[in-house]
Unconditional design. Structure first.
Length: 78
């Protein structure tokens, strides 16, 4: 149950990062919505990867291969 709670918290924070970047990019920087949404999605994915790697699964292996796998899964999911 603890891991599920951590996974949920990491997902909520990653979603908050996504929307924060989107809003700032579009409303403050004047970017087109599609570009702000893309930047937000990329930022949120990085936050999710870091948070899940560090807190949910506590992975201590090499960063590169796990990062590529996570990004591949995120792209397929999108």
């Amino acid at each position: 149950m603890r891991r599920f709670a951590l996974y949920t918290a990491v997902g909520a924070l990653a979603t908050a990062v996504h929307y924060l970047v989107l809003v700032v990019a579009v409303e403050s920087a004047g970017w087109p919505a599609w570009l702000g949404a893309g930047a937000g999605a990329i930022s949120g994915a990085q936050g999710a990867d870091f948070g899940n790697r560090r807190y949910t699964i506590a992975h201590r292996g090499p960063l590169g291969p796990s990062w590529l796998k996570f990004q591949g899964a995120a792209v397929v999911g999108a």
